[in-house]
Design a protein around this ligand. Structure first.
Ligand SMILES: [Zn+2]
Ligand SMILES: [Zn+2]
Length: 304
């Protein structure tokens, strides 16, 4: 709810005219409560995990080889029924855990100081805060994920997320309810330490979800914009973690690769990539059939 009656009042209070984005924000938010604005996150989360995985399902169903060549585990094909079951389970957890949690967690958002008023943050401020949120989330998530691979936590909690040894976009939030609660901490920590505007918070919630879906999409697409982000893990990186499964002691990080590099938990993945490179080299020099495409997962060995 904004404390101004009109755009002119808001401009007078700021001592300048409102930008186009600020005028839009005024028109949209002036008569809405902060709680209602915060609850938009439920809608954004729902839209992200419902709509963003759909293109990857269409790639899977595409009749020609156009997208199949980019599939990370090309020999595995999940049926539509399996994909739908995954989405149905995610929806159930969303309505029982994620949605209600969003509804009751507003006081903590208020307490940390997420603001809804004017002026809006600049693009630079939004980008800087999002970067900080991603870095904090990545680091904290890394250690929680390592804990989830301890024998007890894996058996009781994390094994649900690892049911998909060939991940799909819809499986990004597919996890035990306790894991969803636990991994809410890294997502909340960034905004708690560096509170910003509600718009930044919305963007953070949506982008984090989209990033997780991309990491689980099962396709290593060469044109994806995230390829240009330094130290970014991406789909191939996280796919390997699922491929190895329970025994995985590699690629714990959720977003970037530096934690696994620093703490020596990318060795299995690096070894795997090296072997694949050698296999491809061998096939190019006459070992494989002409035109044969060697995928990262055409070998049987797994290194954790
Ligand atoms: Zn894991
Ligand atoms: Zn995963």
């Amino acid at each position: 709810m904004l404390p101004y009656g009109t755009v002119q009042d808001a401009g007078a209070a700021l001592g300048r005219g409102l930008t186009y984005a600020e005028t839009l924000w005024f028109r949209y938010s002036a008569d809405k409560s902060d709680y209602f604005l915060y609850c938009h996150n439920i809608l954004f989360l729902f839209l992200a995990f419902t709509l963003v995985p759909i293109p990857f399902v269409l790639m899977e169903l595409w009749p020609s080889d156009t997208f199949h060549r980019y599939k990370i585990q090309p020999k595995v094909k999940l049926s539509l029924a399996e994909v739908f079951r995954c989405y149905k389970d995610v929806l159930r957890v969303f309505f029982i855990i994620v949605g209600p949690l969003q509804l009751v967690s507003y006081p903590s958002v208020k307490m940390i100081g997420i603001r809804t008023g004017l002026p809006l943050p600049s693009c630079g401020e939004i980008l800087a805060q999002l970067l900080v949120y991603f870095l904090i989330e990545d680091y904290t998530n890394y250690w929680i994920h390592r804990f989830l691979h301890s024998k007890w936590a894996f058996e009781k909690i994390h094994s649900v997320h690892h049911e998909f040894t060939t991940p799909i976009g819809f499986a990004a939030p597919y996890a035990h309810w306790a894991e969803i609660l636990l991994l809410g901490i890294p997502s909340f920590l960034g905004p708690a330490l560096v509170p910003g505007h509600m718009v930044t918070f919305w963007l953070w919630v949506a982008l984090r979800q989209i990033e997780a879906i991309e990491a689980h999409c099962g396709y290593d697409l060469p044109w994806t914009p995230s390829k240009y982000i330094p130290f970014y893990g991406g789909a191939d990186y996280h796919d390997y973690h699922h491929y190895v499964g329970e025994q995985s002691h590699s690629n714990f990080a959720s977003v970037f690769t530096y934690c696994d590099f620093l703490y020596g938990t990318d060795k299995g993945y690096q070894y795997h990539k090296k072997l694949i490179g050698q296999l491809k080299e061998g096939s190019r020099s006459g070992g494989g059939q002409k035109g044969e495409k060697l995928s990262s997962y055409d070998w049987d060995g797994k290194c954790n």
